[in-house]
Ligand binder design. Sequence first.
Ligand SMILES: *Cc1c(COP(=O)(O)O)cnc(C)c1O
Length: 389
Amino acid sequence: MKINGIPVREVEENYVNIHPIQAAGRLTAEAMKALIAYGDGYSTCDQCRKPFRLDKITKPPIAEFHSDLAKFLNMDEARATPGARRAFQAVCLSLAEKGDIVLVSALAHYTEFLAVENARAAVKEVPLNKDNVVTGDAVAQKIEEVTREEGKKPALVMLDHFDYSFANEHDIAGAAKAAHQYDVPILYNGAYTVGIKPVDGKALGVDFVVGSGHKSMASPAPSGVLATTSEYADQVLRTTQMIGDVTGRKFGIKEVEMLGCTLMGANLLAMMASFPTIQRRINDWQEYVAKSNIVIDAILDIKGNKCLSEHPRKHTLTKVDTTGSFDTVATTHKRRGFFFSDELKQRGVVGEFAGATRTWKLNTYGLTWDQTSYVADVFKEIAEKYDLL
Ligand SMILES: *Cc1c(COP(=O)(O)O)cnc(C)c1O
């Protein structure tokens, strides 16, 4: 089936998808309906009334959604944003000036680097310990080092709770304590947590919580969330002060970093439509972690395989090393590394990086118990076929 030459995507209908970045962004049925119902351009603006700001609209209940989002993350204020990256950007542009240093983790996502660069500041990386984890002590040490070298402390610390590479858990609470000891604000990057596991910004002691709608909140791209405390809201959510010199025009309470109106239209409404599911599903997190461990243990039962992430797993995203098993087959197979994707696909499993048989990532988020044992069996079955067990 095609729409004006565009093939219909049917990955989620036809396969079990273990793609590292797709698993928790998969839409709910409600989000799909909202996409259709609010697909027209400025669809959310039917009942936009003074003071004319998208996040203040009450019909549909966009204002309520924003206050629910803040409560959900236990923060004071929240805005829907076009992705986590736009939230990083808003914070960096508000807190960092040209030449400032922003501390990120040695496993930081590229969008954190770019948000800092966009603000004309520079990143410095907090090194990992031997277990590939960022500790509070490492953050404190790096703040001291930067302050010594630059003559001023960093403008901001941005830290991923679970990084995109290994999905190891980093010590956010420890980092927040360290950052605040030096009076440096800290941003919690919850791209891989907000929407799948409970996140309590105040308990963690952070100044900003950022989530990705399309990564972890069953929402379309782009979508995301920026939450903050009343302390930082005035700065990051500051309203426009501009006055037109010819016309004298002013634009009231439009927020500068949000460029007036935040996440618009169908993306916002789909995010709202998925929200009840999100609120419910975070309580099932431990179940999904248990399923992740079942699949990883099956992979580790195959001779030569290694888990490069922390083990046992605390997350559903995992990096594995199959150089000692599947890759030995790839070296002589006529399809090379693609033999592995072929074998998986034939069994209805997709999402591993096609052709990769050395180190690769999988995300088991959202699998049912049946799918969990099925996927675990599929890896063993392929190993058996090639005499790897
Ligand atoms: C995916 C990801 C991002 C980017 O999120 P977007 O919503 O696509 O901007 C940022 N940080 C981490 C750790 C991620 O995994």
